[in-house]
Design a protein around this ligand. Structure first.
Ligand code: LLP
Length: 404
């Protein structure tokens, strides 16, 4: 049966650790990981967790223990991955728009690197030539994803080197005799339609023959998870079938079968996360009943930033009659979590839970309005672990220098 935390479990941890509180279900992460590996048993596939979604060190350790690799987007994420016990061989660093010295640092650590600009490719070639294998992040010029802000593969996106610049890429590769080990694309986040992945692969098939030392193809992340009731999700089994078919029909011209890499973030950690808040005030206005919770976009920015939908439930009154509410935060700006949302009748003090809050939830939180960041709790096989204490007042002053 699919792993899910019960209302009783959530209320218990909320009472023990206070709110607002992020709670993660480790068993759900394991389940999602196995969904992927089971779908791809017939292929040579490696899964790299895109840790930008959630970097708590305990989450990274859990992900390592279940056998996944890790994808990083900054050198600090690489260092966190090392701290969690990943070996450099299992770490991928897909950089974007970064200074070359960060790429050099990653090279010295010994991780896989995908380079996403001609400029950094040139610098890499000049310094290291053929001595260190490297990947190229391409922009496939495909528009897809749940929101323009999370679409990265289209023809106005800053990410990757546009595929139409292939001649410039090839001339840099030739000039420095670069050892190109992989080609990478990541089209966007929340891509439900398997055909988008297939389209991306087809773009690559025109390019693959130019690189005779290729060992793998990195297809990025972006699998859609259901945020709303009735929302679809990427059909992973169909994806596996299509990927297998595509590569079977296009064997690598250099004779080596190509391994396939994926970098899922949301797919692994979105559903594992529950964000528990508590109702501070109920404000009845002419047309709207506002439910004001003890949080805001400082803790969960997705609704305001991406117009994202998160299911919300009143776990304190799960059987109460339903009414429509606007769920808002306590930040001194508009921070609406949901309009016109049907909830079981809400009272001040009730616990409201936001679901699918594991990915890009705590990770994108801030101290705006000098509010504390929430605590984080991990539940694994029924055992409860506090994995981050709530901020205290000292944390707000920690790096400030009182110069006056
Ligand atoms: N690989 C690369 C190169 C990426 O840029 C990303 C996400 C991923 C993998 C993982 O994508 P995922 O499987 O999580 O969709 N903060 C936004 C999502 C931004 C995604 C950025 N890149 C949100 O909350 O929707």
């Amino acid at each position: 049966m699919s792993s899910q935390l019960s209302n009783e479990q959530l209320i218990k941890v909320a009472q023990e650790f206070g709110t607002p509180l992020y709670v993660y279900d480790a068993d759900k992460i394991t389940e999602q990981y196995h969904k992927l590996t089971n779908a791809f048993t017939k292929s040579d596939v490696k899964i790299f967790y895109a840790c930008k979604a959630l970097t708590n060190i305990n989450i990274l350790k859990h992900i390592k223990n279940i056998g996944a690799n890790i994808d990083c987007s900054s050198i600090n994420e690489v260092k966190l991955a090392l701290h969690a016990g990943f070996s450099p061989h299992n770490i991928l660093y897909t950089s974007n728009g970064i200074a070359f010295d960060e790429i050099e640092e990653a090279k010295n650590i010994g991780v896989h690197i995908n380079i996403d600009s001609i400029s950094n490719l040139e610098k890499f070639g000049k310094k290291f030539g053929h001595s260190y294998p490297v990947g190229i992040r391409l922009r496939p010029n495909i528009l897809a994803g749940g929101n323009l802000k999370i679409s990265t593969g289209h023809d106005k996106s800053k990410f990757g080197i546009p595929v139409d610049q292939i001649n410039e890429i090839l001339s840099v590769v030739k000039k420095y005799d670069l050892f190109i080990k992989d080609l990478h694309i990541h089209t966007g986040s929340e891509i439900k339609d398997v055909e988008v992945f297939v389209k991306g692969i087809e773009v690559l098939f025109d390019i693959i023959p130019h690189f005779n030392e290729l060992e793998f193809i990195d297809l990025g992340g972006g699998f859609k998870v259901p945020y709303k009731d009735g929302d679809g999700e990427t059909d992973i089994n169909l994806l596996a079938q299509k990927v297998n078919e595509a590569f079977a029909n296009h064997p690598n011209p250099n004779g080596k079968p190509l391994q396939i890499w994926f970098e899922p973030g949301k797919f692994l950690v979105s559903d594992c996360g529950y964000f528990i808040t508590q109702v501070n005030v109920i404000k009845q206005n002419t047309n709207t009943t506002f439910v004001g919770v003890n949080s805001g976009f400082n803790h969960l920015i997705r609704p305001m930033f991406y117009d994202a939908y998160h299911r919300i439930k009143n776990i304190s009154n799960p059987n109460g009659s339903t009414k429509k509410y606007a769920v808002v935060g306590n930040i001194c700006e508009t921070d609406t979590f949901a309009w016109d949302r049907e909830l079981n009748e809400v009272h001040e003090g009730d616990y409201l839970v936001f679901y699918n809050a594991g990915a890009y939830g705590f990770e994108m939180s801030s101290n705006f309005n000098s509010r504390f960041k929430p605590a984080e709790v991990l539940i694994k096989e029924g055992k409860v672990y506090l994995i981050r204490r709530r901020d205290t007042f000292d944390d707000l002053l920690k790096n400030q220098i009182e110069a006056l």
